[in-house]
Design a protein around this ligand. Structure first.
Ligand SMILES: [Zn+2]
Length: 85
């Protein structure tokens, strides 16, 4: 996992231009790149609490899923669910 930028470094950069940092892996999302954001009202209220929504910025669906503890399961022949390997 890449090192996160310090809070001061992030604040300093935000004065020059709005910098989007992935809330999960800490990668900067470059200008012109897309990022993911949870738009569900319930999750926004109950899961994310940063006023500037900096905790609701994700560089990839993988980061978003990991942050929300999304796991992959598979349907097993006996009808029970099993964690995908
Ligand atoms: Zn990320």
């Amino acid at each position: 996992m890449p090192a996160r930028l310090g809070a001061d470094a992030i604040r300093g950069r935000e004065r020059r231009r709005e910098v989007k940092i992935c809330a999960h892996c800490g990668n900067e999302i470059p200008v012109g790149e897309r990022y993911f954001k949870v738009c569900d009202n319930f999750l926004q209220r109950c899961y994310f609490d940063a006023e500037d929504e900096s905790d609701n910025v994700f560089c990839s669906k993988d980061c978003l899923c990991e942050a929300l503890s999304v796991m992959e399961f598979e349907v097993l022949p006996d009808g029970v669910e099993g964690e995908a390997k």
